[in-house]
Write a protein that binds this ligand. Structure first.
Ligand code: A2P
Length: 261
């Protein structure tokens, strides 16, 4: 094993299997690693040829956590996740400690209401952002919409949301300012529908008793999901007059792909 690979090794400390398609895992954190909530790192395993097989993974844990948490899909024939899904506590993983990404508070102009819109494993960066005091200091309202195929696939996100009010750091700030709107699209559940449809039809504003639609004067948005979801969501937001932002030029919304494979 070469020197670069050895210094990037971290150790798995816990693994939770949520469904046959989803799991989360925790790894030791390099002492030098600082990140902004919402950023991702390259993580993986040695490939068959000995070279690192890495994918971009959003950090799901809060910045103050001693360990790092990740939330992943299992793709049966995916080059990385077909192997990564079998890791156990004590196993090594490769982690490049260079966090980057656009789903950061710095890439948004100040606003009144923050929308965190995720499909599937796109919830991961929001799990970190929701536990960052800066999110609650920056916005009066935080609306989380999470759409998955089935109710079981919402469980990871629900656990994070349920923990917020008792979180020692931000619990006191959350109060009635959090609005959580989970939906399924391929299984009957109390709330159903695609995020794009719920926003375009205005149904979500009625259900959450929130003013709508979104407006550039008040709303900021983070979007994380499949390519198709991100594209359709960006078109909807553009139509309401919101402008895409970046680290270099903060705007009204930011978009990032939830990584798979
Ligand atoms: P649907 O079941 O109607 O396709 P996946 O598991 O395939 O990554 O999908 C996660 C969630 O994202 C599903 O609920 C899926 O809805 C939804 N989704 C996929 N594409 C879009 C899109 N273009 N706009 C809105 N939601 C989408």
């Amino acid at each position: 094993m070469n020197q670069a690979l050895r210094t990037d090794l971290q150790v798995v400390t816990a693994v939770t299997h949520w469904t046959d398609r989803l799991f989360s895992f925790r790894v030791t954190r390099p002492r030098s690693l600082r990140f902004r909530s919402g950023e991702f790192v390259m993580l993986g395993l040695p490939g068959a040829d000995g070279r690192p097989l890495l994918r971009a993974y959003s950090i799901a844990s809060p910045a103050w956590d001693d360990e790092l948490e990740f939330y992943s899909i299992k793709v049966p024939d995916g080059p990385l996740t077909s192997k990564l899904q079998h890791v156990r506590p004590g196993d090594p993983v490769i982690l490049r400690p260079k966090p980057v990404g656009t789903l950061v508070l710095d890439a948004l102009r100040p606003g009144w209401r923050l929308w965190l819109l995720a499909t599937g494993t796109g919830f991961a960066p929001f799990a970190s952002l929701l536990r960052d005091p800066a999110t609650w200091e920056g916005y009066r309202r935080v609306v989380v919409m999470h759409a998955c195929r089935t109710a079981a696939e919402l469980a990871y996100g629900r656990q994070v949301i349920c923990g917020l009010k008792s979180d020692p750091l931000i619990g006191g700030m959350v109060g009635e300012r959090l609005h959580y709107h989970p939906t399924t699209t391929r299984e009957t559940s109390p709330r159903m529908g695609r995020i794009t449809d719920l926003l375009a039809s205005g149904r979500v504003f009625a259900e959450l008793r929130q003013p709508g639609p979104l407006a550039p004067e008040t709303d900021r948005v983070m979007v994380c999901g499949s390519l198709a979801f991100n594209r359709d969501m960006a078109a909807l937001l553009d139509g309401w007059g919101l402008r895409e932002g970046s680290n270099a030029a903060p705007g009204d919304y930011v978009v990032e792909k939830a990584f798979v494979g």
